[in-house]
Design a protein around this ligand. Structure first.
Ligand code: 5RP
Length: 230
């Protein structure tokens, strides 16, 4: 089965947790966009009604508007019932690396405001430890970004400035992204804390304690994992 089909299966499975009256976080990336399109389809056919979406990126916002999904903001609706978003890596504790699509800061703001964060992936994203296959994206203020690069290297990362269209990639906030290869990470929460202490680092792609559910699709079907209570 091809990866797109698996992503579609995970996206459709997740949409069943959306109910009328809910405020719904709309994630970013190719899998989350499939969920957004499915939500648009459910609204159009009348299978779902009376929801408000909060998009995690300008690209998702444009897609949701084109599909006629009613939108709101965190200012008007500070609590999100359910968010459906993708991930680049998922570990056995349901901790994540996100930000492959560059939307990590808005995605984390939305995730923090969400009661039930549902992550949709194909099974290739399941890893024994974060950092095994994917770099940790770190969003930095352009001013003095070389200083942040040296700091990240001092923590053991091999660091690349994410390229864009002939110039550095810019996030929706106008910032740069440094993709950091730390190798498999022993303690992602501790690393995340260290990154947050550095001025000039806006946000990082380690999503710790945020995913409530992970829905992964593979050759053997859908696997639905839920976070164990602490
Ligand atoms: C965007 C993200 C995406 O959710 C993540 O990169 C996964 O994307 P895809 O579903 O295309 O593999 O974090 O910032």
């Amino acid at each position: 089965m091809d990866t797109n089909h698996l992503k579609q299966q995970a996206a459709e499975y997740a949409a069943r947790f959306i109910e009328p009256g809910m405020v719904v976080g709309l994630g970013a990336g190719s899998t989350a966009i499939l969920a957004v399109r499915h939500i648009g389809y459910l609204l159009k056919t009348g299978a779902l009604r009376d929801i408000l979406g909060i998009p995690c990126s300008t690209q998702t916002e444009a897609e949701a508007r084109a599909l006629g999904i009613p939108l709101t903001t965190l200012e008007n609706h500070p609590i999100i019932d359910v968010t459906i978003d993708g991930a680049d890596e998922v570990d056995p504790q349901l901790e994540l690396i996100k930000g492959g699509g560059g939307a990590l800061t808005r995605e984390k703001i939305v995730a923090q405001a969400t009661r039930r964060e549902i992550i949709v992936v194909d099974e290739s994203k399941l890893v024994p430890a974060l950092g095994t296959t994917w770099d940790v994206p770190v969003e930095v203020v352009p001013f003095g970004y070389g200083s942040q690069q040296r700091y990240l290297e001092s923590l053991g990362a091999s660091v690349k400035l994410r390229p864009g269209d002939g110039q550095p990639y810019r996030t929706d906030q106008g910032n740069f992204i440094l993709d950091c290869d730390f190798g498999p990470i022993d303690d992602p929460a501790a690393l995340g804390e260290r990154l947050k202490q550095r001025t000039g680092i806006v946000e990082h792609g380690l999503f710790i304690g945020l995913a409530a559910d992970v829905i992964s699709a593979g050759a053997g079907g859908i696997q639905h994992q839920t976070r164990k209570s602490p």
